[in-house]
Design a binder for this molecule. Structure first.
Ligand SMILES: O=C(CO)[C@@H](O)[C@H](O)COP(=O)(O)O
Ligand SMILES: [Fe+2]
Length: 227
């Protein structure tokens, strides 16, 4: 976890709901419209009942999107198996799921050794206290507000106490929220203390993605200033 800096608000569109045949154009469009990072959802058909893409696509994408922060949301079993491949393909942060590996410490170590930032996520059914023993070793905690696997699902407001728990204890921790986040639900996320805001459907399908991202950022910054 980074020290001496208060968490700042960052908006990361999830491109899961976009036309994946146009991935590079979609990503560059999001960056041109003010995205702070890109949230790339990797699914293996085992950890979640859906599939997307893996490191070969990320490697190609990196050539066309050279400067963006790639937050890899790894919804895969045994995430430790793909660390080196993702790092050499251009991933910036490797966000794995606590539930997906029996060797959380080993996975974290591998990610660090590969030179990436470490994100760890939990599904809605997993208690937030699992973060406590790893907090000094990770850069970001991801609180899922839908069951992972699909975009466009309903936001689970009852996950907010998890974010509050983390924000009260760890002021400088990056806390990411993912699933059903939109201008209608950002107040709850920001009130709870989330600062890395992932939004898929609401941004990618918007007529004006810049306006939606600005709205999410403004609400988040206003609430975060209280912490
Ligand atoms: O990881 C996931 C889903 O598993 C998310 O990143 C979603 O893809 C976000 O999309 P919306 O819920 O905002 O439409
Ligand atoms: Fe995601």
């Amino acid at each position: 976890m980074s020290q001496n800096t208060k968490a700042t608000c960052k908006i990361g569109p999830s491109i899961l709901s976009a036309d994946l045949s146009q991935l590079a154009d979609v990503c560059n469009n999001m960056m041109d419209n003010g995205a702070d990072f890109l949230h790339l959802d990797v699914m293996d058909g085992h950890f979640v009942p859906n599939m997307t893409f893996g490191h070969p696509i990320v490697k190609c994408l990196r050539k066309h999107v050279p400067n963006a922060f790639f937050d890899m949301h790894m919804m895969v079993d045994n995430p430790q198996n793909w660390v080196e491949d993702m790092a050499s393909s251009g991933a910036t942060q490797y966000t794995f799921h606590y539930e997906a590996t029996e060797d959380v410490d080993g996975c974290i170590r591998k990610i660090r050794e590969a030179g990436m930032k470490v994100g760890m996520g939990i599904k809605p059914g997993t208690p937030v206290e699992v973060f406590d023993q790893y907090i000094e070793k990770i850069d970001m905690a991801l609180i899922m507000t839908v069951e992972p696997g699909f975009g466009g699902q309903k936001f689970m407001g009852d996950m907010m106490p998890k974010i509050e728990y983390l924000r009260k204890k760890y002021q400088e921790l990056d806390i990411e929220v993912d699933g059903g986040v939109s201008p209608n639900t950002i107040d709850q996320c920001a009130n709870a203390g989330a600062n890395m805001i992932v939004s898929g459907t609401a941004v990618v399908y918007a007529d004006d993605p810049r306006q939606v991202m600005n709205k999410l950022r403004d609400v988040c910054n206003e609430k975060l200033s209280r912490y």
